[in-house]
Structures are given as C-alpha cells and as structure tokens.
Design a protein around this ligand. Structure first.
Ligand code: ARG
Length: 471
C-alpha cells in the first residue's frame, strides 16, 4: 500500500526527504501510548454512534494484535511510514483490512501525537518523584548516621562556621523536596487531554472528548483546540524541572569530587562508583560524580533547544514540532541514569569523621562565636567583630588557633573575656549554639529529619496513587 496520505500526490517522496522527515527511529518509544490513545478514541467513536460496534470490536482486536507484535518485537517499523502513528495504523490496516482505516475518523496526527506525549510524560513524572524519594531516603540515612559528625561549613569555599554533616545532607533533602513539589505541580498541566482538537479546529463528528479523557484518566480536556495542538509548555516545564534536578545533583557532584580529593579527604566513594587511570596506578577517579555534573549540560541544552524551536512558531502544528521528542527522551534517559546511580552512591559513601574533626580543630570557624560572646557581654557587634579580627590576625602571625590562646593573651584584646570562652569555642558548642528552627544544632537537625521523614512518606503515597492513575 502507498502512503496513507498519498491521494493528492503524483510523485513518490524523494528517498532522502523520506529519511530526513521521518521520526519513527525515535518516536517508536511512544508505541504503547499511541495504542492506548487509539483504543480510547475508537471506543468513544462506538459509544457516540460514529462507528458501528462491530467495526469498533474489529479495530480494538486489531490494535491489541499490533500491541502484541510491538511487545514481542515483531513489528518491523518502516521509514516510509514516517512515524509511530502511521506505522501502527498501516499495520492495523494490513491486519484487519479497510475497516482499520476507520480508526482515524475525527482525529488528526496533530492531536494524536500531543496525546501520546501527555500520556508518556505523566508516567515519567511520577517515576521521577519515586526516584527522588529514594535519593532522599539515602540522604536521610547518611544524616541519621552522622548526627554528631562536625564538618567545616564554607562560604566562598573558605571555612566559615562548623556544621553537622547531617545538616549538610539535609540541605539536599530540602532541595530535592522542592524538585518533587515542582514535578507534582506540573502533573496537573500534563494531565490534560488534547485529543478531539482535530488538526486545529475541532471536528465535524459528534465526538465526546470528556469520555476519552475519562477512559485515559485525564483530569481535564484542553479548552481550546488550537492551543491543544500548539502547546508544548508541558514538555518545556518537564525539561525545566529536569534541569533543576540536574543542577542540584551537579552541585552535590562538585562537593563529592572536592571532598574525595586528598586535600579534603572528607569522604571516600565506593570502589564500585569510581574508575582507575590507564596510566597512573594509584588513581581512583570519581567518574560518576563528574559525569553527572557533565551531563547537566546536555539537559540544559535540551531545554534551550526546545525553547528555541518554539520561539516564533505560528500556532497549530508545524513540522518543527517533531523536534520536541529526541531532547525529551534524552533528558528522561539522562535523568533516570543519574538518579538511579546517585541514591546508591550516597548510601555507599564512607564518611571520614576523623578527618573532618581534624579539619574543624584547625581553623577559625569558631570566630563568630567569640564575637557573639562579647556581644552578650554588652559590646556592640561591630566593635566585637573588630576585636576578634585582631585576635585572628594575632593567631595567624603566631601560628595558633583560638583555643591555643591563654587567658592572658585573650585579656590583652578585651577585659570582657573570662575562662568560659574555652567552652564556647568547642566545635560541639559552636554547632549546638545555633539552636534556631532550621539551624545546625543537633536537636534542630533531629527535628528536621523527623519532619522530612513525614514528608517523604507523603511523597511515597503520592507515587503509589499516581502510578495507578497514570497507567
Ligand atoms: N511525527 C509527527 C511529530 O512527531 C507527528 C505529527 C505529524 N503531523 C503532521 N501534520 N505532519 O510531530
């Protein structure tokens, strides 16, 4: 059989044009969704009396046979049939004869492809929330194991104030928590049905769009047929959410790379997550962390790529829009890989508490606390800051840390010091003094862990409910 749209043509399509314009090599990924959409569409055509119930049964049986062929890997996709929609329709007609040609009644590939993409992405979004909760779980485990591990906290990558390692892990739990919220929020804009928009204007057949929506588990139908076939916002929103997640992972990667260097030696990544060098036998490289950091670039690229494709596109379908798919599939694969690896990389990461302790003992990250001490004694903060600045300078010049100073040395800088200062300067004291909601004091971090575990349970319940809804 010639092309499904061959009627008005007098010449064959140029071979190169056929290859250039076909999308079957990548949109075959939408096969299951395409069948799912077609089954709902044809059922509706029967219910509305547009097709006879007999024809509907034949078409549904045929679609199930095509589905079986796809699942068994028996369907041979043809470039000449351009895309997944026409490959499936052509196979259906080959299997059940001309009645198969009735499936496309009241439908266009424009609303069909949009429907497939909505069905595809809503499943992925739920799966990604699931993967994020697994990562949060791994972070929470590390936090619980390290509730009394103190590390230097940095600003400008310079030692700032000591914090609990658990507090650092919990910062990432919060970041991935926002990513989860963003994905959950996007679901309501993905879960909208375009089908019934036809090519752009609707259809002359008395279809029932809400019935199709109900069968497919969509909460709403697109309000405007032109918008329904033109909209790719939901894909952009996903690509943007994916970019946020990769950016968060990439910041963590950077810290892992730094922390696993000999200079820091704060953590050791599991051998299974590192690779060696072909020339330097001593090397253990944090390749996974580096590559996730690197792949963040392509995920951003996919977002900007589609933004650029859509910029200045006139409404309704333009062939340019076929470019929405490869970047999306690539982002899905990249993100799946990154999140799956990350959860295990975090849970198998060894924390070198000794080394962290050593680092904390050899810095001035307790300086703020003596300033606060003088403030509590009545000195204005600016003056206290100045006094401590001078003490730190004195220490640097004399190769000492604050805890090495004698009472006499302290007294030279201010008469307000007494020997309580030695307690105040201890890292545990410094950490636990930040006893404010969201702060690094250990009771605050324990409370934060408990709250995060509750939210995590809710997220997991959401995943279970929505996996069912978006089947
Ligand atoms: N393969 C096309 C795509 O992915 C399907 C829609 C084609 N519609 C059309 N009017 N040519 O965008």
């Amino acid at each position: 059989m010639s092309k499904l749209w061959g009627g008005r043509f007098t010449k064959q399509t140029d071979q190169l044009v056929e290859e250039y314009t076909a999308s079957i090599t990548f949109d075959k990924e939408l096969a299951e969704e395409d069948i799912q959409g077609s089954l709902a569409h044809v059922t509706m055509l029967g219910k509305c009396g547009i097709l006879s119930l007999d024809d509907v049964e034949k078409i549904k049986d045929g679609l199930h046979s095509v589905q079986g062929m796809i699942r068994r890997g028996e369907l041979e996709y043809a470039i000449s049939d351009e895309d997944i929609h026409m490959n499936i329709e052509k196979t259906l007609i080959d299997l059940i004869g001309p009645v198969g040609g009735k499936l496309h009644t009241g439908r266009s590939r424009n609303d069909q492809v949009a429907t497939d993409m909505h069905l595809y992405l809503r499943k992925r979004v739920v799966e990604f929330v699931g993967l994020l909760t697994k990562l949060q779980d791994a972070l929470l485990e590390q936090a619980k194991k390290n509730l009394d591990t103190i590390i230097p906290g940095y600003t400008h990558l310079q030692r700032a104030q000591p914090i609990l390692f658990a507090h650092h892990m919990m910062a990432y739990v919060s970041m991935f928590g926002r990513d989860i919220e963003r994905l959950q929020d996007s679901y309501k804009r993905i879960n909208v049905l375009p089908l019934g928009a036809g090519a752009l204007a609707g259809t002359t057949f008395p279809i029932d769009r809400h019935y199709v929506a109900q069968q497919l588990g969509f909460d709403r139908v697109y309000e405007n047929s032109l918008d329904a076939v033109s909209d790719r916002d939901f894909i952009l929103e996903f690509l943007s959410n994916a970019s946020f997640i990769m950016m968060h992972l990439s910041r963590f990667c950077e810290e892992m790379v730094l922390w696993s260097s000999t200079e820091f030696a704060f953590i050791e990544l599991d051998d299974a997550f590192c690779t060696g060098s072909s020339i330097m036998p001593q090397k253990k490289n944090p390749d996974v962390a580096e590559l996730v950091r690197g792949k963040t670039g392509r995920v951003y690229g996919n977002l900007f790529g589609l933004m650029t494709v859509l910029k200045a596109l006139p409404l309704a379908y333009n062939k340019d829009m076929q470019e929405d798919k490869e970047g999306m599939f690539d982002t899905v694969r990249t993100l799946q890989g990154a999140l799956q690896l990350f959860a295990t990389m975090v849970s198998t990461m060894k924390v070198n508490t000794e080394r962290m302790r050593q680092a904390v003992n050899q810095d001035f990250s307790n300086a703020t606390d003596i300033a606060d001490y003088l403030v509590n004694k009545g000195l204005p903060f600016r003056q206290a800051h100045e006094v401590i600045g001078k003490i730190v300078l004195y220490c640097i010049q004399n190769k000492k840390y604050l805890l090495d100073l004698s009472m006499d040395e302290f007294s030279k800088f201010s008469s307000l010091f007494d020997d309580k200062i030695y307690k105040i300067l201890q890292p545990e004291h410094v950490v636990n003094a930040r006893n404010v909601y969201g702060g690094t004091a250990s009771n605050q971090v324990s409370d934060a862990i408990a709250r995060a575990e509750e939210v995590l349970n809710e997220s997991n319940e959401w995943v279970t409910t929505y996996l069912e809804k978006s089947k």
